[in-house]
Design a protein. Structure first.
Ligand code: NAD
Length: 454
């Protein structure tokens, strides 16, 4: 089917009212959960094929993450769909006020390749819960995962309401010519602009979950052993191909020395003498990204790691020192297992360094000095923050997850995903009671000074 035919089919299904009853939505979410549970081994295998993702990371960050989200939707959806009753201003005391949670209609969800299931199926679940029909466009770059989703979704979910449209840039370009009621996109900021432009032609609202260079600030008061572990974990999980991975480190020369020494010990403990042999360390998704990241190893000095193997698309967990702010490694999101360290003298330098660049998706602060932490939070702008850890704010489903400026528009997770795919339809419900009509007489002509000032 071509995009036009798919959209016509889904619009038909939406207009039939089929996706509106909460029982239907619950059944589809249950089907989605069943699809993941029954095919867990296939999911794990596809992640291994595309990204050499470890069983542990695949279960924790993709499978279980998704299942938790689906279970949360199933537990909360009956409350979420209810019309809200806002506070009544005094003049509306005789009226009823409602906010209806309306689905948008036919929505498009475009996924990225780095967490190919989570980033596609979480917004999908939110869109279903909100009562929409959905076209899923998985990333073609994670080929095995894309094929699996394309095979399984039609088997488990209602094919009249949900369709997978697989393909690369030409197919997505074709898709984007059509009119959708909402577009949810995850991927790079450059492509985000293409999506935004295509959506604006139809005035389609968008959520853009993009990337950026997420900084880490660490001072000498931080528990350095704990900080190193938490930073290296956030950086080297999925071989650095995580949108909220720490991109670079800002610290003094003293802290840098300790950081590098402790890192050597920890990386050896985690991945052994040769991380290439470890089942727990990933690979770069394709040759283009491998070549791009490999070039960045020429920046500054290699303090840890630096080894590569093009035949496996392997890049060792690497720490770079003697980096200056205009080195190429500081000009683009790294999205690979390289952590450059920039030396700064104090917190004010860190604030100024961060504020001179595009607003990042995440920021991390390691310090026991509450005043400094507050100063950094209050004087910088980013999508979200974890203090004294990395990545973990993303896992709290009562916190909205999303970027700002170059790192994105809108947010999701937990109830925020449902809200993203929901139009808040306001309704003022008046009655024909005579008393209300009497109280409102002043609005009718003929006007007078007395009526105007009433
Ligand atoms: P990408 O932008 O290359 O691709 C993402 C999707 O866009 C794919 O489905 C792809 O088919 C499609 N696409 C690519 N080029 C296109 C074009 N010219 N026209 C239309 N569609 C196109 O991104 P990626 O390489 O898959 O992902 C990496 C980026 O995504 C990083 O910047 C990362 O930080 C960001 N990211 C953000 C989040 C988040 O939640 N904010 C999560 C994961 C990744």
């Amino acid at each position: 089917m071509n995009p036009k035919e798919i959209i016509a089919l889904l619009r038909n299904s939406f207009e039939s009212g089929k996706t509106r009853p909460v029982e239907y939505r619950i059944q589809q979410i249950k089907n989605l959960k069943k699809m993941i549970v029954e095919n867990e081994e296939k999911f794990l295998q596809a992640l291994k094929t595309d990204l050499h993702k470890s069983r542990h990371e695949s279960i924790v960050m993709e499978i279980q993450f998704l299942i938790n989200d689906l279970e949360n939707i199933l537990a909360e959806i009956r409350d979420w769909v209810k019309p809200e009753k806002p506070k009544k201003p005094l003049v509306n005391i005789l009226d009823n006020l409602y906010i209806f949670n309306d689905p948008y209609g036919v929505v498009l969800v475009i996924g990225a390749w780095n967490y190919p299931f989570q980033l596609l199926l979480m917004p999908f679940a939110g869109a279903i819960a909100a009562g929409n029909c959905v076209i899923l466009k998985p990333s073609e770059v994670a080929t095995a995962c894309c094929n699996l989703v394309s095979t399984l979704v039609p088997k488990y979910l209602d094919p009249d309401s949900y369709k997978v449209y697989a393909g690369g840039i030409p197919e997505t370009t074709l898709l984007l010519k059509e009119k959708f009621d909402y577009i949810f996109y995850t991927g790079s900021s450059n492509v985000g602009k293409i999506i935004s432009e295509a959506a604006s032609k139809h005035l389609t609202p968008v959520t853009l979950e993009l990337g950026g260079k997420s900084p880490v600030y660490i001072d000498k008061t931080a528990d350095i052993n704990m900080a190193v572990k938490r930073i290296l974990w956030g950086k080297f999980a999925n071989a650095g191909q995580t949108c909220v991975a720490p991109d670079y480190l800002l610290c003094s020369k003293d802290v840098e020395q300790k950081f590098v020494e402790i890192s050597k010990v920890i990386l050896k403990k985690w991945y052994g003498n040769d991380p290439k042999k470890s089942l727990d360390f990933g690979r770069i998704i394709n040759d283009n990204h491998f070549k791009r990241i490999e070039k960045l190893l020429n920046n500054g000095s290699v303090a840890v790691g630096g080894e590569t193997d093009a035949s496996e698309r392997y890049i060792a967990p690497t720490i770079l020192t003697n980096i200056s702010s205009n080195d190429p490694v500081m000009m683009e999101e790294i999205f690979g297992p390289i952590l450059p360290i920039i030396n700064i003298d104090n917190l004010y330098d860190a604030i100024s360094f961060i504020n001179k660049r595009e607003k990042p998706l995440a920021m991390y602060i390691f310090s026991k000095n509450k005043k400094d932490v507050d100063l950094l939070i209050q004087n910088t702008s980013c999508g979200g923050i974890t203090v004294n850890d990395t990545v973990m704010h993303l896992a709290v489903d009562t916190l909205p997850f999303g970027g700002i400026g170059n790192s994105g528009i809108g947010n999701y997770h937990g109830k925020y995903t449902f809200d993203t795919f929901t139009h808040k339809k306001s309704c003022l419900y008046k009655s024909f009671a005579l008393i209300g009509e009497k109280l409102g007489q002043a609005r009718y002509p003929p006007y007078s000074e007395r009526k105007t000032r009433l």
